[in-house]
Design a binder for this molecule. Sequence first.
Ligand code: ADP
Ligand code: SF4
Ligand code: MG
Length: 387
Amino acid sequence: MTDLDTAIPPAATGAVLLEARGLTKHFPMHQAALAKGRRLVRRGPAGRERGGPVVHAVEGVSLALPESHITAVVGESGSGKSTLARMLARLIKPTSGSLLFGGAAVPTSNRGRRAYTSQVQMVLQDPFSSLNPVHDVRYHLARPLIVHKLGGEAGGLDDTITGLLERVALTPADQFLSKYPHELSGGQRQRVAIARALSVQPRVLLADEPVSMLDVSIRLGILNLLGDLRERDRLAILYITHDIASARYLADDIMVMYAGQVVESGPARTVTDEPAHPYTQLLLSAAPDPDRAEPPSLQGRGSPPSLVSPPSGCRFHPRCPHAMAICAQSTPPGFQVAPGHLSACWLAADDLDAEQATPISGPPAGTPAEPFTAKPFTSAADPGEEM
Ligand SMILES: Nc1ncnc2c1ncn2[C@@H]1O[C@H](COP(=O)(O)OP(=O)(O)O)[C@@H](O)[C@H]1O
Ligand code: SF4
Ligand SMILES: [Mg+2]
């Protein structure tokens, strides 16, 4: 038995660059109410902390990002993916847990912080809002180079910018330099955002749903660009997505998150071909399949829980068709189900007694009672389709 808190992605191909240990983020409730238009407010003893309720956005997540390696984080909206990325980028402070870069604790001084942010860059979901509409491409790429003193000699700045545009396949580069964001397609804007992230010579890229707002037709190009950056520049990439098919296509490893926790992790092919956790099976059952006209929606299988007072034990138990008595009582640890493949599910335990293994009422009324059938992928996943 292995605790997922200490799990690191297997099959690491290079030195570990960024490591997170037990990252946890609890947002005080007043911030949550602002974020959710006050719809979330539900009080319960489990959600209280230091005198007030909190949102348990991320709970004890550990991971390691090796160079030349893509790790995908997959989960439904609200599962804590962006909060995890923002903690890794040090945009928000974890409630607890630690970060290591190159094996050493990340310094908290201003100087250390600046060095860290140039090593660990983030690419956001919406390439339009992440670029300033009043500035052209040249400005967007020149600014970080100047701030970080990376432009080189006179004339060197333009060469560096041209090189960056070529790295993201915006060529001929001089045709893009004076363009404004509104003159670019969504895919081209995302390429500029990636070039800007690359300008400070990072070693880790945190890509938060980088293709989910793009046209289906151009998603593959951006995914392949990330794949090139892994090979060519040996970047460690965290690829965040709600689309498990694109994670299978692109990533070396997959971590599946549910309600703020990692529920399954392992090599991308193994996790998608032989999903061990019922939530991963649910995600796969809703993934695109050429043999199925209409994929079942996730909402038809119940909804994620409130993170103010999450369910006891396994947070997935109110939706799980396999739920047993123990599932509502104890949080499952990570069980090793195959080399490097972990599942935080009591189904993998081989020592439950009859009482613990007693089935309990499963998913909510109206939800199909049969177990999710995760159909195996019949071809290379189609990352163009929405889940
Ligand atoms: N700044 C914030 N203040 C309060 N709650 C937040 C904040 N940001 C995110 N949350 C809450 O944390 C949970 C996880 O959100 P998020 O990390 O954005 O999930 P995902 O990226 O998987 O959709 C959600 O319940 C969300 O409402
Ligand atoms: S079987 Fe139990 S532990 Fe496993 S996912 Fe279902 S509810 Fe959670
Ligand atoms: Mg998000």
